[in-house]
Design a binder for this molecule. Sequence first.
Ligand code: ADP
Length: 241
Amino acid sequence: MSGKESPVPLLKDGKRHDGRGPMDLRPIEMKIGILHNADGSAWLKIGKTEVVAAVYGPREPPMKGMVLPDRAVIRCRYHMAPFSTEERKNPAPSRREIELSKVIREALEATILTHLFPRTVIDVFVEVIQADGGTRTAAITAASLALADAGIPMRGLVAGVAVGKVQGKLVLDIDELEDMYGEADMPVAGIPTLNKIVLLQLNGVIEPHEFPQALKMAWEGIKKIHALQKKVLATKYGGEQ
Ligand code: ADP
């Protein structure tokens, strides 16, 4: 949404710049249990966007003051590695990263059964290894897998994807180019098994009549990503998740 013209056509003969159709997700790979030193972990690659999530806890907090008597406290850090972007990113947390850490935490709080672990802390760290659009939704999807890998009880797995608008048309799972030169970016995350949306944001401009369609497209994408999450968990732990 730079307002500038894209160096390549974002839509040509119904295809996007990378050959995808409007409803196609980028290729997705997921792994769990990739880190030795965390209680739970996950790696997710969607197109060129790549994230790692690590979960610690539930555990006693380093400082007594931060606990709650009736539930676990969730802490979340979303961070982009300096090497994740084309130009080296300043490693210090930016305002954007602080804001995204908060919205990701709130999305995860909707699913974690925090009341089962009073007086404890659950830490979620997400590191963006490579950024090419959709990092916040990739972060949520990976964090949810890492929480499951840590054995933390949840109401359901959370998955996320962004819908965008390019050259007047709604498209699923936008990459950085489509985000930068398109008209809108609408990240959505939800819990398909509960039929609940836990994150919804919109940058740019869409028309009110397009909104139901955009949400429907995001939900279709979320269901597909959720199916892959279940598959990767079943491969390690077996059974239906
Ligand atoms: P999201 O990654 O959730 O789509 P944004 O819409 O804010 O979040 O960012 C879109 C894309 O822009 C990111 O995925 C990344 O590829 C790029 N980007 C974001 N912040 C930076 C930054 N500080 N430096 C370089 N690229 C960035």
